[in-house]
Design a protein around this ligand. Structure first.
Ligand code: FMN
Length: 320
């Protein structure tokens, strides 16, 4: 069986695969455009960018492909409204929001005629999203990379979200290969969102040190940190996470007030920027629960082709 297409509002992608938005500066135009060009939905992470930077990324992605390009912006960032409005002005195809819930974004996207897709971690937020006009929801489990809005794995949460709403439901968390995609879609998901697998591609803007850490990781290297965003986050153990665990990380020196509300345990922006700059000792390396199953750094197009082939095999009952 071939993968079905994915329709979200007025947008259809040939493949039901969304490349998850990854901040800060991990999923930019090169990755989003490559995924979109290969038939999926490519997503630029807007959190941590200025409006000018986001506009430039959207323009670069749109110049490179006619495929579907979305943005992911965390509600928790102070310039959320400006980033969303910038993306809409640049003709973005889809808006995805995570790390919080915004009522206003439904109005801005509706006025622009652009589908709005919140990331949800409970039936309550899924229903709320449907009521406010979401075109689809992404249910992200506790096994996903980045900030986590639930303590349940996606395979446990998905059936309840499917019951709760009549929108397309896209699932995220520990989805790494085409067999996983077949499994999740057989449960009723309309598509998948994958982060970790795409962070380790040639087109990802993660530095080589970050990608190598993914290749070397085992399940024992995965830790949960308390992010100042007010949510737990899944990351790879390094000297930073050890210090955070021990309570020995020095207090924040300066602050650019990037979040609407900050717990100030550490500066999330500084640590994500550091990781993206190649400092994987003092930076925060977010990852999903399936990182130990990532063994190579393919081009995004080759990865997409592989996912399609694995999906087909899984649908024919062939296991890898
Ligand atoms: C390095 C990294 C950065 C991420 N940044 C964001 C982000 O800025 N906003 C967001 O909503 N999700 C973020 N995520 C979550 C992904 O978009 C995606 O939902 C998640 O990675 C899916 O789980 P998986 O990694 O197991 O595939 C991030 C994930 C990773 C691995």
């Amino acid at each position: 069986m071939d993968m079905p297409t994915l329709t979200i509002g007025n947008v259809t992608s040939r493949l039901p695969i969304i490349q998850g938005g990854m901040a800060v500066r991990i999923s930019l135009a090169p990755l989003a455009a490559a995924v979109a060009e290969a038939g999926g939905i490519g997503v630029i992470a807007g959190s941590g960018l200025t409006c000018e930077e986001l506009a430039a990324e959207i323009r670069a992605a749109k110049a490179a492909t006619d495929g579907v390009i979305g943005v992911n912006i965390m509600v928790a960032v102070r310039n959320f409204a400006d980033l969303v409005k910038t993306a809409l002005a640049e003709g973005i195809d889809l808006v995805i929001s995570g790390a919080g819930f915004s009522r206003d974004v439904f109005e801005w996207t509706r006025e622009a005629g652009v589908p709005m897709v919140p990331i949800v971690g409970s039936e309550r937020v899924a229903r709320l999203s449907e009521r406010f006009g979401a075109a689809a929801v992404i249910v992200e489990g506790a096994d996903a990379g980045g900030h986590l809005g639930t303590d349940e794995p996606v395979r446990q949460l998905l059936p309840r979200i499917l019951d709760a709403v009549s929108l397309p439901v896209i699932a995220a968390g520990n989805i790494v290969d085409g067999g996983d995609i077949f499994e999740i879609m057989s449960m009723g998901a309309a598509g998948v969102q994958m982060g970790t697998r795409f962070a380790a591609t040639v087109e990802s803007s993660a530095p080589v040190e970050f990608k190598q850490m993914y290749l070397d990781a085992t399940d024992e290297d995965i830790v949960i940190v308390n992010s100042p965003v007010g949510l737990p986050g899944r990351a790879l153990r390094n000297p930073l996470t050890v210090r955070l665990d021990e309570g020995t990380e020095p207090r924040i020196q300066g602050c650019i007030v990037c979040l609407k509300k900050c717990g100030k345990q550490f500066c999330i922006m500084d640590k994500l920027v550091k990781a993206q700059g190649g400092d994987v000792e003092d930076g925060l390396v977010f990852t999903g629960g399936g990182v130990a199953r990532v063994h190579d750094i393919p081009h995004a197009k080759d990865l997409m082709d592989r996912l399609v082939a694995e999906y087909r095999l899984a649908s024919e009952g062939v296991t890898a």
